[in-house]
Ligand binder design. Sequence first.
Ligand SMILES: O=P(O)(O)OC[C@H]1O[C@](O)(COP(=O)(O)O)[C@@H](O)[C@@H]1O
Length: 398
Amino acid sequence: MQSPTTTITAAIQNLNLNPNFLPKFPPNPLRILPEFVNHRSTASMASTFSRFKVNSKLDNSSGEFLTITEYAGKGGANVGDDLVVLFSHLEYAFKRIAALVASPVNSSLGKSSGGSQDVDAGRDKPKPLDIVSNEIILSSLKNSGKVAVMASEEDDAPVWITDNAPFVVVTDPLDGSRNIDASIPTGTIFGIYNRLIEVDNLPTEEKALLNSLQSGNRLVAAGYVLYSSATILCTTFGSGAHAFTLDHSTGDFVLTHPDIKIPPRGQIYSVNDARYFDWPEGLRRYIDTIRQGKGKFPKKYSARYICSLVADFHRTLMYGGVAMNPRDHLRLVYEANPLSFVAEQAGGKGSDGKNRILSIQPVKLHQRLPLFLGSPEDIDELESYGDVQQTVNPGYDV
Ligand SMILES: O=P(O)(O)OC[C@H]1O[C@](O)(COP(=O)(O)O)[C@@H](O)[C@@H]1O
């Protein structure tokens, strides 16, 4: 008799071969009709964001901004009613998390502090923010009625929500929370797949797992929310990457960075380089080379590392370069796949140092791997050093 693991592996391989599993989501033409453009935004916002490249079809030079619902809806990218409804519920969750991480009441509830706050408080003990964020997202997905299963970095197994709902959501509800006590930026990462109707007849546990283990090249939409000086929702529906900024005066996410293009080459590398002596030879040579301005781009690179994946990735998307974590620490399903989809849609790349992230078939829900995201020329150069994955991973205290 086959073991459950063999069955799952066989099922995954089978999914790969079956063309019916390809996303049924059509490519989205970016058609924004004038009547859907609203008039609530101010000239000052327009000038704040004027340095970002604006796609002519989404030109906001008149100071008019689209909300994400208007952008995704029938007059805009027309991503389909189901996805628009799902996004409106996700948006609500993101606003709640944004308020939570900025709240003075909760500011000391980082990932590690939940247990030490009040040992005697028992069931009333305040929960760490990543757990609360997980609950907020789950509740929004349930309320949307559009999600069959949610797989979260915070849960051991995927949660089956509704039979026959169209989508599967994978998420890291609050990444970077280990630093939140110091008010360092944090982020939510999410990916959306179509439900695999082909596995509907399997037992719940099994179909929940198979739906969650879809490879990144089947993503229908993905994105992240950066909770920082501004709250920014950057997303792709498979036709470019676009960022929306939370306007606190109206509660809307408005389109501020349409059609983001990562610079083909940056001058910044982002890595925890205290780990230098645990790195393989290739990675050391690469970093030594670009630091000295001796790489293919003859300029000395600068280092930036926040140690909060969404913040490090967002900066890389804006300015170019490479954001990396060379040890097998970040998760394929919740972090690497969604961010690689955004990176590619912005003209960048996502790699594990050898392979394109989106082509890797996940075999375990919480599978970890090295992750390199960034400008295409920087990622190509890095990969050319061959030996860039850190295999010594002793587990670090901070
Ligand atoms: O300790 P390292 O290797 O620098 O890892 C830092 C990375 O870990 C993270 O904090 C995520 O780790 P967790 O999933 O354990 O919270 C990222 O935000 C950050 O980029």
